[in-house]
Write a protein that binds this ligand. Structure first.
Ligand code: ZN
Ligand code: ZN
Length: 414
């Protein structure tokens, strides 16, 4: 591939920041913005801050974290440390969102940061963090505010994606892939996103018209029937948040997705890509569902972490999301395994264990937890996407009367 010159790189970085603020976030003039990033993402965070102020932000606050410092807890922390989480920080974030702040997360974490740590400690930390973060996360998931996630290449991430390349080359390759997937390498990324967004909406509209009762996935190691929640809604691309701002929550995004019925999932499913779950790679996942619950789970690698994950709580062994992505998606076409859900979930059809999106149900935001559960929406502290799609996967839509029609054949829309 052709190497990027430093001018091209700088131009792409500016475009990524611009498209993140304008197409992704839809920042309103006068709005406050909270950014989260790791220290490796300082250059992109600064660039985004510049475009946010140019778009009229009244205040941009970036919360930087340092991954090496996070590791020090595992090396030197007392036992009680693994159940601790900075609730005060997450409460502060929730308060910012309640008073109207937008949220932008810069993803670029080291996928294998915690791979050598004790899975029990990792799981305790994850549980404590999920609990403390929940109030803030709920505001985000319910789209009370406009938010988005964009990616930044970091040395540790680049090393995981391109283990055999020298550091510089690995970083350049990862940046190229990020710019391409985020459409920041196109002359007018804002228009490119508008067109792409319209296509995703058209696909979701088609599925919403069909009102399928379920989906049937078939492929190597997979024969899975996923019932859809009553009054489910397919979503894809951007959405208007409750504060009236239009945002595209994930950059990149190639999926249309909805809420499965937590008690109507049957059969076996095998993962088609490794799952990077909070620092550990889980490969070759194969699980069997009965009446919606995983009754048998295994993995060729990281199976202990998988077990811990599905034991997080009651809802962790049930589905909260099902998503369709064609195999020809630009991210799948790149042939790369990013080991980051933001990218890998947009390369293949996927399912998620755990929390469902109430926005994927008609009037979902106004329903009580009991009403959501009655429609089939799952509840959990976790929401973990993993890939079940490939060019060998067929998907049928199943109507309420049991007729099936082809949706995806050999990985492509039929
Ligand atoms: Zn998804
Ligand atoms: Zn998901």
């Amino acid at each position: 591939m052709k190497a990027m010159t430093s001018t091209e790189f700088e131009q792409n970085l500016q475009r990524l920041a611009e498209v993140a603020v304008h197409s992704g976030l839809g920042l309103a003039p006068g709005q406050e913005l909270v950014i989260t990033a790791t220290l490796d993402a300082v250059p992109l965070a600064r660039c985004i801050t510049k475009y946010a102020y140019k778009a009229g932000a009244c205040l941009v606050t970036t919360l930087f974290t340092d991954e090496d410092s996070s590791l020090l807890r595992f090396r030197h922390g007392s036992d009680a440390s693994f159940d601790a989480a900075p609730s005060w920080l997450y409460e502060g974030m929730a308060q910012a969102y309640r008073s109207g702040a937008a949220r932008l997360a810069i993803a670029g974490n080291n996928p294998s940061l915690l791979s050598r740590e004790d899975p029990d400690k990792v799981s305790r930390v994850n549980r404590a963090t999920s609990r403390a973060y929940r109030p803030a996360l709920e505001l985000i998931v319910r789209h009370e505010i406009n938010w988005t996630i964009v990616a930044c290449a970091t040395p540790a991430w680049a090393k995981c994606v391109f283990p055999d390349l020298p550091q510089d080359e690995a970083m350049a390759r990862l940046w190229s892939a990020i710019f391409a997937a985020s459409r920041a390498d196109q002359p007018d990324p804002v228009t490119a996103w508008k067109e792409h967004d319209a296509k995703l909406h058209a696909r979701a509209d088609y599925l919403n018209e069909k009102r399928y009762a379920g989906l049937h996935f078939r492929g190597p190691g997979t024969d899975l029937r996923v019932g859809l929640a009553d009054d489910h809604l397919w979503l894809g691309g951007g959405t208007t948040a409750h504060n009236g701002r239009y945002c595209i929550p994930n950059m990149p995004t190639e999926e249309v997705f909805t809420t499965p019925h937590k008690d109507r999932v049957e059969g076996r499913v095998t993962s088609t890509k490794p799952l990077s779950y909070q620092g550990t790679l889980i490969e070759g996942i194969s699980v069997r569902f009965e009446a919606g619950r995983i009754v048998d789970a295994g993995a060729s690698r990281g199976s202990e972490v998988l077990q811990k994950m599905i034991e997080t709580d009651e809802g962790a062994r049930q589905l909260g999301e099902v998503a369709l992505v064609p195999h020809s998606s630009p991210i799948a076409a790149s042939g790369l395994l990013f080991m980051n859900t933001l990218f890998d979930e947009n390369a293949a059809c996927h399912i998620a264990l755990g929390q469902a999106y109430s926005t994927c149900l008609k009037d979902g935001d106004s329903l009580t937890p009991d009403q959501l559960a009655a429609r089939g929406a799952n509840t959990s502290l976790i929401h973990v996407d993993w890939m079940i799609g490939s060019n060998k996967i067929d998907v049928d839509g199943i109507t309420a009367t049991g007729e099936s029609s082809p949706l995806i054949r050999a990985g492509e829309w039929a």
